[in-house]
Design a protein around this ligand. Structure first.
Ligand code: SAM
Length: 238
Protein backbone atom coordinates (compact mmCIF):
# COMPACT_ATOMS: atom_id res chain seq x y z
CA UNK A 1 0.00 0.00 0.00
CA UNK A 2 2.73 2.48 0.91
CA UNK A 3 4.88 1.44 -2.05
CA UNK A 4 1.95 2.32 -4.32
CA UNK A 5 1.68 5.73 -2.64
CA UNK A 6 5.38 6.39 -3.26
CA UNK A 7 4.75 5.73 -6.94
CA UNK A 8 1.60 7.76 -7.13
CA UNK A 9 3.14 10.80 -5.39
CA UNK A 10 6.78 10.52 -6.52
CA UNK A 11 9.57 12.72 -5.30
CA UNK A 12 11.11 14.93 -7.99
CA UNK A 13 14.68 14.21 -9.14
CA UNK A 14 15.90 17.53 -7.78
CA UNK A 15 14.32 17.37 -4.33
CA UNK A 16 17.25 18.91 -2.48
CA UNK A 17 18.57 22.46 -2.39
CA UNK A 18 22.40 22.38 -2.39
CA UNK A 19 22.70 25.71 -0.60
CA UNK A 20 20.08 25.13 2.14
CA UNK A 21 20.59 22.81 5.12
CA UNK A 22 17.46 20.91 6.15
CA UNK A 23 15.92 22.49 9.23
CA UNK A 24 13.37 21.48 11.86
CA UNK A 25 10.92 24.33 12.18
CA UNK A 26 7.64 23.38 13.79
CA UNK A 27 4.71 25.09 15.49
CA UNK A 28 4.69 22.98 18.64
CA UNK A 29 2.10 24.07 21.17
CA UNK A 30 3.06 21.31 23.63
CA UNK A 31 1.86 17.83 24.57
CA UNK A 32 3.41 15.96 21.67
CA UNK A 33 4.66 13.26 24.05
CA UNK A 34 1.10 11.88 23.67
CA UNK A 35 1.74 11.31 19.96
CA UNK A 36 5.07 9.66 20.74
CA UNK A 37 3.20 7.33 23.13
CA UNK A 38 0.93 6.30 20.23
CA UNK A 39 3.89 5.87 17.87
CA UNK A 40 5.78 3.66 20.35
CA UNK A 41 2.72 1.46 20.49
CA UNK A 42 2.36 1.36 16.70
CA UNK A 43 5.80 0.75 15.21
CA UNK A 44 5.69 0.39 11.39
CA UNK A 45 2.40 2.22 11.12
CA UNK A 46 1.30 4.73 8.49
CA UNK A 47 0.92 8.19 10.00
CA UNK A 48 -0.76 11.05 8.13
CA UNK A 49 -0.20 14.67 9.14
CA UNK A 50 -2.78 17.04 7.68
CA UNK A 51 -1.24 20.50 7.74
CA UNK A 52 2.45 19.65 7.50
CA UNK A 53 3.77 23.21 7.18
CA UNK A 54 7.58 23.07 6.91
CA UNK A 55 7.81 19.39 7.87
CA UNK A 56 9.25 20.06 11.34
CA UNK A 57 6.98 17.63 13.19
CA UNK A 58 7.49 15.10 10.40
CA UNK A 59 11.27 15.33 10.74
CA UNK A 60 11.02 14.78 14.49
CA UNK A 61 8.65 11.81 14.37
CA UNK A 62 10.38 10.17 11.40
CA UNK A 63 13.77 10.50 13.12
CA UNK A 64 12.49 9.10 16.41
CA UNK A 65 10.51 6.20 14.92
CA UNK A 66 12.51 4.23 12.39
CA UNK A 67 9.71 1.97 11.13
CA UNK A 68 7.23 4.80 10.69
CA UNK A 69 5.85 5.62 7.25
CA UNK A 70 4.58 9.16 6.87
CA UNK A 71 2.08 11.02 4.70
CA UNK A 72 2.38 14.81 4.57
CA UNK A 73 -0.63 16.75 3.29
CA UNK A 74 -0.65 20.50 2.81
CA UNK A 75 -1.48 22.95 0.00
CA UNK A 76 1.90 24.62 0.61
CA UNK A 77 0.48 27.87 -0.69
CA UNK A 78 1.97 31.36 -0.64
CA UNK A 79 0.08 32.23 2.53
CA UNK A 80 2.68 30.24 4.52
CA UNK A 81 5.33 32.79 3.55
CA UNK A 82 3.19 35.68 4.76
CA UNK A 83 2.37 33.75 7.91
CA UNK A 84 6.02 33.08 8.79
CA UNK A 85 6.88 36.73 8.14
CA UNK A 86 4.17 37.74 10.60
CA UNK A 87 5.38 35.38 13.34
CA UNK A 88 8.08 37.68 14.67
CA UNK A 89 5.22 39.92 15.91
CA UNK A 90 3.45 37.06 17.69
CA UNK A 91 4.41 36.58 21.34
CA UNK A 92 4.60 32.78 21.52
CA UNK A 93 6.58 32.52 18.28
CA UNK A 94 8.98 35.26 19.33
CA UNK A 95 9.52 33.35 22.60
CA UNK A 96 10.22 30.09 20.74
CA UNK A 97 12.32 31.48 17.89
CA UNK A 98 14.69 34.41 17.49
CA UNK A 99 13.47 37.12 15.12
CA UNK A 100 16.58 36.63 12.99
CA UNK A 101 15.74 32.92 12.57
CA UNK A 102 12.14 33.69 11.57
CA UNK A 103 13.40 36.27 9.08
CA UNK A 104 15.85 33.76 7.65
CA UNK A 105 13.06 31.22 7.09
CA UNK A 106 10.76 33.87 5.61
CA UNK A 107 13.58 34.81 3.23
CA UNK A 108 14.08 31.16 2.18
CA UNK A 109 10.32 30.85 1.66
CA UNK A 110 10.30 33.92 -0.56
CA UNK A 111 13.21 32.53 -2.57
CA UNK A 112 12.18 28.89 -2.97
CA UNK A 113 8.51 28.62 -1.98
CA UNK A 114 7.22 26.22 0.67
CA UNK A 115 7.12 23.01 -1.37
CA UNK A 116 10.78 23.05 -2.35
CA UNK A 117 11.79 23.77 1.23
CA UNK A 118 9.68 20.98 2.67
CA UNK A 119 11.07 18.57 0.05
CA UNK A 120 14.57 19.62 1.08
CA UNK A 121 13.70 19.19 4.76
CA UNK A 122 12.31 15.67 4.28
CA UNK A 123 14.43 14.35 1.39
CA UNK A 124 16.47 12.09 3.68
CA UNK A 125 13.24 10.24 4.54
CA UNK A 126 11.94 9.90 1.00
CA UNK A 127 11.79 6.08 1.14
CA UNK A 128 9.14 6.26 3.87
CA UNK A 129 7.48 9.62 3.35
CA UNK A 130 5.11 10.96 0.69
CA UNK A 131 4.16 14.57 0.13
CA UNK A 132 0.64 15.23 -1.12
CA UNK A 133 -0.10 18.76 -2.19
CA UNK A 134 -3.78 19.08 -1.39
CA UNK A 135 -6.43 20.28 1.00
CA UNK A 136 -8.55 18.45 3.48
CA UNK A 137 -11.28 17.27 3.40
CA UNK A 138 -10.86 16.53 -0.36
CA UNK A 139 -7.44 15.00 0.29
CA UNK A 140 -9.00 12.35 2.57
CA UNK A 141 -11.07 10.98 -0.32
CA UNK A 142 -8.12 11.22 -2.71
CA UNK A 143 -6.03 9.12 -0.35
CA UNK A 144 -8.74 6.56 0.25
CA UNK A 145 -9.39 6.20 -3.50
CA UNK A 146 -5.68 5.53 -3.93
CA UNK A 147 -5.80 2.87 -1.21
CA UNK A 148 -3.64 4.92 1.12
CA UNK A 149 -5.28 4.37 4.51
CA UNK A 150 -3.41 5.74 7.54
CA UNK A 151 -3.28 3.96 10.90
CA UNK A 152 -2.88 7.27 12.71
CA UNK A 153 -4.17 10.71 11.72
CA UNK A 154 -2.82 14.01 13.06
CA UNK A 155 -4.98 17.01 12.14
CA UNK A 156 -3.27 20.40 12.29
CA UNK A 157 -4.89 22.59 9.64
CA UNK A 158 -7.92 24.88 9.62
CA UNK A 159 -9.81 23.77 12.75
CA UNK A 160 -13.11 23.24 10.91
CA UNK A 161 -15.80 20.77 11.90
CA UNK A 162 -15.70 19.01 8.50
CA UNK A 163 -11.96 18.38 8.77
CA UNK A 164 -12.49 16.29 11.90
CA UNK A 165 -15.76 14.59 11.04
CA UNK A 166 -14.73 13.65 7.51
CA UNK A 167 -11.48 12.12 8.78
CA UNK A 168 -13.53 10.03 11.21
CA UNK A 169 -15.93 8.89 8.48
CA UNK A 170 -13.43 8.25 5.71
CA UNK A 171 -10.88 6.50 7.94
CA UNK A 172 -13.08 4.70 10.48
CA UNK A 173 -10.25 2.55 11.84
CA UNK A 174 -7.57 5.22 12.23
CA UNK A 175 -6.48 6.55 15.59
CA UNK A 176 -7.46 10.22 15.52
CA UNK A 177 -5.12 12.78 17.04
CA UNK A 178 -4.30 16.40 16.42
CA UNK A 179 -3.19 19.83 17.45
CA UNK A 180 -5.08 23.01 18.50
CA UNK A 181 -6.73 21.48 21.57
CA UNK A 182 -6.02 24.66 23.58
CA UNK A 183 -6.28 27.07 20.65
CA UNK A 184 -8.68 30.02 20.49
CA UNK A 185 -10.31 30.17 23.92
CA UNK A 186 -13.52 32.17 23.71
CA UNK A 187 -15.13 34.62 26.12
CA UNK A 188 -17.27 31.85 27.63
CA UNK A 189 -14.23 29.62 28.20
CA UNK A 190 -15.01 27.31 25.26
CA UNK A 191 -12.38 26.07 22.80
CA UNK A 192 -13.32 25.78 19.11
CA UNK A 193 -12.19 22.26 18.21
CA UNK A 194 -13.15 20.49 21.44
CA UNK A 195 -16.79 19.86 20.51
CA UNK A 196 -15.66 18.26 17.22
CA UNK A 197 -13.20 15.97 18.98
CA UNK A 198 -15.76 15.12 21.66
CA UNK A 199 -18.34 14.29 18.99
CA UNK A 200 -16.00 11.74 17.41
CA UNK A 201 -14.92 10.34 20.77
CA UNK A 202 -18.59 9.78 21.67
CA UNK A 203 -19.33 8.03 18.38
CA UNK A 204 -16.31 5.78 18.81
CA UNK A 205 -16.81 5.10 22.47
CA UNK A 206 -13.38 6.66 22.99
CA UNK A 207 -11.69 8.62 25.74
CA UNK A 208 -9.82 11.84 25.02
CA UNK A 209 -6.32 12.33 26.39
CA UNK A 210 -4.94 15.84 26.03
CA UNK A 211 -2.04 18.01 27.09
CA UNK A 212 -1.78 21.65 26.03
CA UNK A 213 -2.20 21.74 22.20
CA UNK A 214 -2.25 17.97 21.63
CA UNK A 215 -5.11 15.47 21.85
CA UNK A 216 -5.57 11.77 21.15
CA UNK A 217 -8.85 9.85 20.95
CA UNK A 218 -8.13 6.52 22.58
CA UNK A 219 -10.59 3.75 21.79
CA UNK A 220 -10.79 0.43 23.65
CA UNK A 221 -10.02 -1.52 20.42
CA UNK A 222 -6.75 0.39 19.99
CA UNK A 223 -5.45 -0.68 23.41
CA UNK A 224 -3.35 2.44 23.97
CA UNK A 225 -1.99 3.20 27.43
CA UNK A 226 -1.75 6.77 28.71
CA UNK A 227 -1.05 8.18 32.12
CA UNK A 228 -4.41 8.96 33.67
CA UNK A 229 -3.35 12.53 34.37
CA UNK A 230 -3.87 13.35 30.67
CA UNK A 231 -7.43 12.04 30.64
CA UNK A 232 -9.82 14.81 29.62
CA UNK A 233 -13.10 15.17 31.47
CA UNK A 234 -15.52 17.33 29.50
CA UNK A 235 -17.47 20.06 31.27
CA UNK A 236 -20.63 17.97 31.01
CA UNK A 237 -19.12 14.80 32.50
CA UNK A 238 -16.75 16.43 35.04
C1 SAM B 1 -0.33 25.34 12.01
S1 SAM B 1 0.33 24.91 10.48
C2 SAM B 1 0.81 23.24 10.76
C3 SAM B 1 2.02 23.08 11.64
C4 SAM B 1 2.72 21.76 11.52
N1 SAM B 1 1.83 20.62 11.73
C5 SAM B 1 3.86 21.69 12.49
O1 SAM B 1 3.78 20.95 13.46
O2 SAM B 1 4.85 22.39 12.29
C6 SAM B 1 -1.11 24.75 9.50
C7 SAM B 1 -0.84 24.21 8.12
O3 SAM B 1 -2.10 23.86 7.55
C8 SAM B 1 -2.01 24.06 6.16
N2 SAM B 1 -3.37 24.04 5.61
C9 SAM B 1 -4.21 25.09 5.40
N3 SAM B 1 -5.36 24.65 4.86
C10 SAM B 1 -5.25 23.31 4.73
C11 SAM B 1 -6.11 22.29 4.24
N4 SAM B 1 -7.36 22.55 3.81
N5 SAM B 1 -5.66 21.02 4.24
C12 SAM B 1 -4.42 20.72 4.70
N6 SAM B 1 -3.58 21.65 5.20
C13 SAM B 1 -3.98 22.92 5.22
C14 SAM B 1 -1.26 25.37 6.03
O4 SAM B 1 -0.71 25.48 4.74
C15 SAM B 1 -0.23 25.23 7.15
O5 SAM B 1 0.97 24.73 6.65
Amino acid sequence: MFADALQRWPWPEDCTLPDVSPFTFTLDGGGRHLIQTVLQNRTNSIFAEFGTFMGGAARTWLSNNIGLRYVCVDPWGDDITDYVKSLSNVDWAARAYKTSYLEEIAELLSRYGPLRLVQNNLASFKDRCVLIRGRIPAAYSEMRSAGLVPDIIYIDALKRHEDFVEAHKIFPNAIITGDDWNWGIQADGAYPIRPYVEEIARERNGQIYADRATFVISEPRHELQFDDKWRYMSQSSA
